[in-house]
Each structure stands twice: as structure tokens, then as C-alpha cells.
Design a protein around this ligand. Structure first.
Ligand SMILES: NC(=O)c1ccc[n+]([C@@H]2O[C@H](COP(=O)([O-])OP(=O)(O)OC[C@H]3O[C@@H](n4cnc5c(N)ncnc54)[C@H](O)[C@@H]3O)[C@@H](O)[C@H]2O)c1
Length: 487
């Protein structure tokens, strides 16, 4: 059951980047859902892409005739931000203003530092001095860098950004954590995964594909179309943001990580289901050594840190502690066949790659030398935990969630559906020769074949996960595109 602790009725909400793709959709949605709400928008209307699109979005909001105030200013302008907070005293702030895009940061790094770092810092300072009930801000799936482990989980270590954009987004999360901790500002970071939809961003691949197909040009599909991405429909993102806005994280989270399956770590949902059932069975029927060890972990206050029979990618580990990046393997009776030895070795190698330390104990060690076993485990669980818990369980009113489609779509399927919907909407002629306008090419260096979000925490806390079918979302985009460009 979702626990909301913030009422938006009767409140003032500040949305930065309100003329942007997600921002404008959010403002429309807030007016639709709440009868008595004041929304203040700020946007500097950067010319990163066609500004007409931004003015059209603002005109649509204006046309609703609701309690709406728009200020054209930059969040990097400290005075403008302070004045806005002083004038309107927003109860909830949603920071979406940012310089987006990965490629643009190569040629225009200043824009990222200004909007994403100085701008975000100004918002944090204003939240601190004027007091807000909840700061929600956009982060990005790009913080996962070239992480090969899927699905991407907020429990993953994300210290290796591969673009300036990603570095600024990760910095936002770190700055927010510090402000949440120091000044008790409840903050929630949302890592959005490839958002698409009507009046979307022209710099994004699906939009570029559409322009090219319409102009009769050829589109390049990387990795021969075998990339899987979690394209997320904008309405799903907005639904998630609106839910999250109404629940400020608390300094002492009621839900402890104990016993909850916080990380699904396998690429294939069917395989995950098989593993999940197996792990459940193993939990129900532990070996004697596993049972003894679990009891001693609990008796020594480590029960909250460890999870039993946890799934990591295609492996099940006996005990798992993310906070200290350690797993424990207790040899059962059947670890001596060649097959098991090989699979154990594969798992150990993969765990090392993922930054975990694997502690291994034999049944005899656990049963006959328990003190020593416990000493070794305690050594790993002392000192400073790894900073990848993203606030979960810490006494800081801070959370980070993924909002993305957790069923990744094949790029080729995505483009095929897009092309079909563009034909249905009349953007492309009925006899459009799609085959002649697509070129399947190899993977670009640094690209990862599969990215998708683990949305378990979002589902757990908000009872929601993005699920709009691709065809539905692309149909809405194609219709809008026809109306906008087909005039
Ligand atoms: N669209 C996606 O796929 C996606 C994915 C991950 C994260 N995000 C993040 O979500 C947020 C919204 O993205 P979007 O897709 O709506 O992008 P967008 O570019 O359409 O919207 C951002 C808006 O912020 C404004 N802006 C930029 N710098 C500003 C500044 N200094 N002061 C005031 N306004 C400023 C821009 O004019 C723009 O209208 C961004 O923070 C983005 O990084 C988006």
C-alpha cells in the first residue's frame, strides 16, 4: 500500500524546466489531477533544440486557464531562484531543468556545468533557506555508465560515469544526499530511462529516425538491431513523478531492507522467475550449515545486513550484503561435481568483476569453528560501508529510484513499430519501403547491448511500474508528429 505523507491539494509546486518535454507534461498532469494547486514554472528556454516546441508546450499549459505562473529565467541565476522561492514559497519542488544529451556535452561542456551543477546547487540552497517539504529531481540512467550488469539497480555502484552529462547527474545525487543529511531536506532522485512520447525531444534517436524516414533518408540501426533498451512512455514517467512527489522520504525509513528482495539481477525475466522459485525453495530448506550460520548472523545483529539466497545475475548466492559488498558461500553437499566446480568458479569470477568479495566456508568450518567464521564475516562488516546503498536504511531523508520500463525492447522491433505507426498516422505513405531505408550496422564502441531498469523499489514503495505498450506510446507520438509537422 502506498503511503503518502504530502498532500498536493492547496499547495504551490515549483517545476523547473517546465517548458521541457517531461516538465510540461508534468505540469499538465498536476492540473488534471489536483483541483486546487498552484504551479510555478521556471525555464530559460535554451536553444538546445527548437524553441518553438517549448513555446507550444507552454501555450498548451496556459490554455488550461489554471493557477499557473511562468518565469523565464535560468536556475543558474541565484538571484532569480531566490526571488522565485521568496515570492511563491513552493511546498514541493521538482527539478527537471537541465542540459540534457550525452553527445552535446563534448562540444558544450559549459552548459552542463551551468545548468546541472550551479543551477542544481542554487535549487538546493533555496530549498535549504526557504524550506520545502520535498525536493524531487531528475537523475538519469546514464549514471550506470557502461555497466554490463542488468537490470540496472539503485543498489549498483555507479561511480564510473562515461560522459559529462552522467557525471553531473551523479553529482546531483551526491549533492542532494549531503543537503538531505545536513539540513534534513527530504529529497528523491529519479533516474529516468529513455523517455519518448508526443512533443518529445528532437535530439533523441526515435525522433531523429522519424525525421530521416520522412525525408526519405536511411537510418542506421546499431548492433544489427539487437540492442535492447527500456523506452519509457512519458505518461509513465509523469505518473511516477506525481506519486513520488507525494511521499517524502523519512530520516528513519519504516521499511528496512531486511527480508526484502531489493535487487533482481538477471537479464532474462523467465530465468529470473526460475531462479526466484529456486531461491525460495533453498531458503525454506537450508542445509544444516546454512541454517546455523543464518542464526548466528541474526544473533550478532547482522541479520538486517544480509539477505539469504540472493539472486545476482544468473547465480544464487547463499548470503548477500550489499552495504559491505560481500557474499558468503557455504558449501552444500553437492559442490564436488565438475559442473558445480565450474559454475562456482564462474560465479566467483563474476562477483569479483562486480566488486564483491566472496567469503567461502566449508560445512565443517561453519559447524565446528563457528567463532572463527563469524570473526571473518565481522571483519568485512566493520568500518565504513560502501556508498552504494543510495540512502536506503540510512538516517537521511534521501532516496533514489529508477523509473523505466523494466521489459527492454529490441531496437529493431522498436523501429519497426515506429515505422508502422508512422504509416498509420499518415506521416509515411502506405507503400513506404522501410527495408530500403534501414541499414543494420555493428555496435558503436562503448555501447552496451542491453540496458533496463530494476523497478522493484518503485513498485514496492509506490505500487507502480511503467507498463505502457510500445505500440500505444509510439502511436501517440506518430499522431502528434503528423499534427505538428504535417500541417
Ligand atoms: N528525456 C529523457 O529521456 C531523459 C532521460 C533521463 C533523464 N532526463 C532528465 O529529465 C529532465 C527533463 O528532461 P527532458 O527530456 O524534459 O528535457 P528537455 O530538454 O525537454 O527539458 C529541460 C528543460 O530545462 C530547460 N533548462 C535547461 N537549462 C536550464 C536552466 N539553467 N534554467 C532553467 N531552465 C533550463 C530547457 O530549456 C528545457 O526546456 C532533465 O533533467 C533530463 O536530464 C531525461
Amino acid at each position: 500500500m502506498v503511503e503518502y505523507n504530502i498532500t498536493l491539494e492547496g499547495k504551490t509546486v515549483l517545476v523547473t524546466g517546465a517548458a521541457g518535454f517531461i516538465g510540461s507534461n508534468l505540469v499538465m498532469r498536476l492540473f488534471k489531477e489536483f483541483k486546487d494547486i498552484k504551479v510555478v514554472g521556471i525555464d530559460s528556454i535554451t536553444d538546445y533544440y527548437d524553441v518553438n516546441l517549448k513555446y507550444e508546450r507552454l501555450a498548451k499549459i496556459e490554455a488550461l486557464g489554471r493557477d499557473w505562473t511562468f518565469v523565464k529565467a535560468s536556475i543558474a541565476d541565484r538571484q532569480a531562484v531566490d526571488k522565485l522561492f521568496a515570492d511563491y514559497k513552493p511546498a514541493v519542488v521538482v527539478n527537471l531543468a537541465a542540459q540534457a544529451g550525452v553527445r552535446y556535452s563534448i562540444t558544450n561542456p559549459d552548459a552542463y556545468i551551468e545548468s546541472n551543477l550551479i543551477g542544481f546547487y542554487n535549487i538546493l540552497e533555496a530549498c535549504r533557506h526557504f524550506g520545502v517539504e520535498h525536493l524531487v529531481y531528475a537523475s538519469s540512467s546514464s549514471v550506470y555508465g557502461s555497466n554490463k550488469k542488468v537490470p540496472y539497480s539503485t543498489d549498483d555502484k555507479v561511480d564510473n560515469p562515461v560522459s559529462l552529462y552522467a557525471a553531473t547527474k551523479k553529482s546531483n545525487e551526491l549533492l542532494a544526499h549531503a543537503y538531505s543529511k545536513l539540513y534534513n531536506i527530504p529529497s528523491t532522485g529519479l533516474r529516468f530511462f529513455t523517455v519518448y512520447g508526443p512533443a518529445g525531444r528532437p535530439d533523441m534517436a526515435y525522433f531523429g529516425f522519424t525525421n530521416k524516414l520522412r525525408e526519405g533518408k536511411t537510418i542506421q540501426i546499431f548492433n544489427y538491431g539487437n540492442c535492447k533498451r527500456d523506452f519509457t512512455f512519458v505518461d509513465d514517467i509523469v505518473e511516477g513523478v506525481v506519486r513520488v512527489m507525494q511521499h517524502a522520504p523519512e530520516a528513519s525509513p519504516k521499511s528496512s531492507p531486511k527480508g526484502k528482495d531489493l535487487g533482481i539481477h538477471t537479464a532474462d525475466p523467465m530465468m529470473y522467475e526460475v531462479l526466484r522459485k529456486r531461491a525460495e525453495e533453498m531458503r525454506k530448506h537450508p542445509t544444516e550449515a546454512e541454517s546455523v550460520l543464518w542464526n548466528v548472523l541474526k544473533a550478532n545483529g547482522l541479520g538486517v545486513k544480509f539477505r539469504q539466497q540472493h539472486i545476482i545475475e544468473d547465480f544464487i548466492v547463499d548470503f548477500f550484503c550489499n552495504e559491505y559488498k560481500v557474499t558468503i558461500e557455504v558449501d552444500g553437499q553437492c559442490h564436488n561435481s565438475f559442473e558445480h566446480i565450474k559454475s562456482d568458479a564462474d560465479r566467483t569470477a563474476r562477483l569479483i568483476e562486480l566488486g564483491y568479495t566472496e567469503l567461502r566456508f566449508t560445512n565443517e568450518e561453519v559447524l565446528n569453528d563457528l567463532d572463527n567464521v563469524l570473526k571473518k564475516i565481522k571483519t568485512f562488516c566493520s568500518g565504513t560501508p560502501f556508498p552504494s546503498g543510495e540512502g536506503r536504511g540510512e538516517a537521511v531523508p534521501y532516496m533514489v529510484y529508477n523509473i523505466g520500463n523494466s521489459s527492454p525492447e529490441n531496437l529493431l522491433d522498436f523501429v519497426t513499430i515506429l515505422q508502422e505507426e508512422l504509416i498509420s498516422a499518415g506521416v509515411l505513405p502506405a507503400d513506404y519501403d522501410f527495408e530500403a531505408h534501414k541499414k543494420l550496422v555493428p555496435m558503436q564502441p562503448g555501447d552496451v547491448p542491453v540496458t533496463f531498469a530494476d523497478t522493484t523499489p518503485l513498485e514496492r514503495d509506490f505500487g507502480f511500474r511503467p507498463s505502457t505498450p510500445l505500440r500505444h506510446g509510439l502511436r501517440a507520438f506518430a499522431k502528434w508528429y503528423k499534427e505538428y509537422y504535417g500541417k
